[in-house]
Write a new protein. Structure first.
Length: 334
């Protein structure tokens, strides 16, 4: 079988972006991502090894995947992550390596990331208020995260802040976070809250959707203007005249960007997700450990890509017995 040089799904969408979770563990306990107690982390043997992840990335790179984002849990909780990142950077065909982190452990690794030429860092930060940070994350790590943000800005690494907007929790931080983009060339992205908190979907209604977020920004910055959005982007982007950085709004719950989705996910336990809202469509780890050849893996992957849900709503409807989302974002790969 001749492998494709570009993966195209059954809806004609190119796939070139892999979000690869390297661990299901996290050192924060954000209430919108996971329950405070009772999380059963998987033993290491149940996770993909670095060697298995490298094999997968090499195979997908030969099929047209050229952008990787490492996620978790918190990626830097996994031992020797920096060495693995360097390995990924050296794989032929991979043009971008990015990482999403909560910043608690990250500062010490910034010089190494600069040296290897990492493309960007997304820093999860839902508030600039220390007390609200503790309430949201259930951990007293605010100062470490802010030092990490300062170090990222100083380093010159392309940096984006990801803020999950939650009614009654942090909406007063929307404008203060936008102010960070006034004097720093960073991106601030506001994300609709999603139901992946490990306790089941709380509500079908979203008190703060992308429209309300934009209305809040427009009220504070009447001259804000929409700018051209890159192909396949999840965010609708905006610029405030005079600000060095930019703002973006991600309609993750409203799912307005599915028609141009170019990304797939691999959980830390080796399950392929072709949509954030599906239950997992292929167990890569099982295939690898059963002795599957690269050719057999490619056939299985292409089969999954050819049965991809049209959008997040269809993926959710196809879940077993149409059960609501109940898993934690840390087990999915944020």
């Amino acid at each position: 079988m001749q492998l494709p040089s570009q993966i195209i799904d059954n809806h004609g969408r190119p796939i070139n972006y892999l979000r690869l979770a390297v661990t299901d563990r996290c050192n924060l306990r954000c209430f919108y991502c996971m329950p405070e107690e009772g999380i059963k982390y998987l033993p290491k043997k149940h996770l993909l090894s670095y060697e298995e992840m490298e094999r997968l990335v090499r195979l997908l790179a030969s099929m047209g995947i050229n952008k990787i984002r490492l996620t978790g849990g918190e990626p830097f909780l996994r031992k020797d992550l920096i060495n693995f990142m360097q390995t990924i950077c050296n794989i032929e065909g991979i043009n971008e390596l990015n990482i999403t982190t909560n910043g608690v452990l990250t500062e010490q690794y910034i010089p190494a990331m600069v040296k290897m030429g990492i493309s960007s860092v997304n820093l999860s930060l839902d508030t600039l208020n220390k007390e609200r940070f503790l309430k949201i994350t259930r951990r007293n790590e605010f100062d470490k995260v802010m030092r990490c943000l300062d170090a990222l800005i100083e380093s010159g690494i392309k940096t984006k802040i990801n803020m999950v907007v939650m009614a009654g929790q942090n909406t007063e931080d929307i404008v203060p976070l936008a102010e960070l983009a006034r004097t720093h060339a960073i991106g601030v992205r506001y994300i609709e809250e999603m139901p992946f908190n490990g306790e089941g979907q709380r509500t079908k209604q979203l008190a703060w959707n992308h429209q309300q977020i934009l209305a809040t920004l427009k009220a504070a910055y009447p001259t804000i203007e929409r700018v051209k959005t890159a192909p396949h982007a999840t965010s609708v982007n905006y610029q405030i005249p005079g600000h060095q950085g930019s703002l973006g709004i991600i309609a993750a719950f409203s799912r307005t960007f599915c028609g141009s989705c170019n990304r797939i996910r691999m959980t830390a336990q080796g399950t392929l997700k072709t949509c954030l809202y599906d239950q997992g469509v292929l167990d890569i780890k099982q295939l690898m450990r059963a002795g599957a050849t690269d050719q057999a893996l490619a056939v299985a992957l292409l089969g999954a890509f050819n049965q991809r849900a049209k959008d997040g709503y269809e993926a959710e409807q196809q879940r077993k017995n149409q059960l609501p989302v109940s898993e934690s974002m840390s087990t999915i790969g944020g």
